[in-house]
Design a protein around this ligand. Structure first.
Ligand code: FMN
Length: 214
């Protein structure tokens, strides 16, 4: 061992110690839940925000931040406008990736899988639980379409407020998607820069896990 490495090891006692990544559960959904709960505990801001990447027929990728609403069994649920840019891309290519980044914990989770619209009854129930202004906003916003100016949006918001004086029904163009993964990767930053990566892949009806070089 070189003198430099000897000195380095003395100053970095945990240099060759694996983090908790090796003891993550064999079920990746449980592993995700554990890391998500840890992110909330660590007071990560917007712990449920993730980057959703989709692509179009010309294989052009596009990405934007969304909120994860829940992990329902094996499905990651998020809500959006079905006619939006992402909604249209997902209808043509229902494959997407999700990326979570929790900087306090130096953790990243990458998820890849196929996406489908969820049961309308579940979207109805979630929509009904949202504040009225969010419900009216879902009606007013023709998400990803061009807008002449903000007053156009406000006028639509006011018009829907008058149209629905009582309960606001869910717009048919708004609802949930469920991403069902076939790949989940957990990344743990390490001070030595010898970061840790653990991948779970679903094939032949089971999840298998392995480590990757950082
Ligand atoms: C923190 C944050 C959370 C967001 N959450 C959502 C969301 O849950 N659903 C949604 O449709 N857009 C959400 N957005 C807006 C999207 O990033 C995006 O602008 C919008 O969905 C239009 O994307 P598109 O044109 O690619 O379809 C969020 C943006 C930010 C910054």
């Amino acid at each position: 061992m070189s003198e430099w490495l000897k000195a380095y090891r003395e100053n970095h006692a945990d240099f060759d110690q694996p983090s908790a990544i090796g003891s993550l559960p064999s079920d990746p959904y449980t592993a995700f839940s554990q890391w998500f709960d840890a992110a909330v505990q660590a007071k990560e801001r917007e712990a449920n925000a993730f980057v959703l990447s989709t692509s179009n027929a010309e294989l052009q990728a596009s990405a934007r931040i969304l909120y994860l609403k829940e992990l329902l069994g094996q499905q990651f649920i998020f809500y959006t406008n079905y006619s939006s840019h992402k909604g249209q891309e997902l209808s043509k290519n229902p494959k997407a990736s999700m990326l979570f980044f929790w900087p306090q914990l130096m953790r990243q989770v990458r998820i890849e899988g196929s996406v489908q619209q969820i049961d309308p009854a579940i979207s109805d129930a979630y929509f009904a639980s949202r504040p009225r202004e969010s419900q009216l906003g879902a009606w007013a916003s023709q998400q990803s379409e061009s807008l002449t100016d903000r007053s156009e949006l406000i006028a639509r918001f006011e018009a829907f407020d008058l149209q629905f004086p009582g309960a606001v029904p869910r717009p048919p163009h708004w609802g949930g998607f469920a991403l069902e993964p076939h790949y989940m990767e957990f990344w743990q930053g390490q001070p030595s820069r010898l970061h840790e990566r653990r991948v779970y892949e679903f094939s032949q009806n089971q999840w298998k896990s392995k480590l990757l070089n950082p």
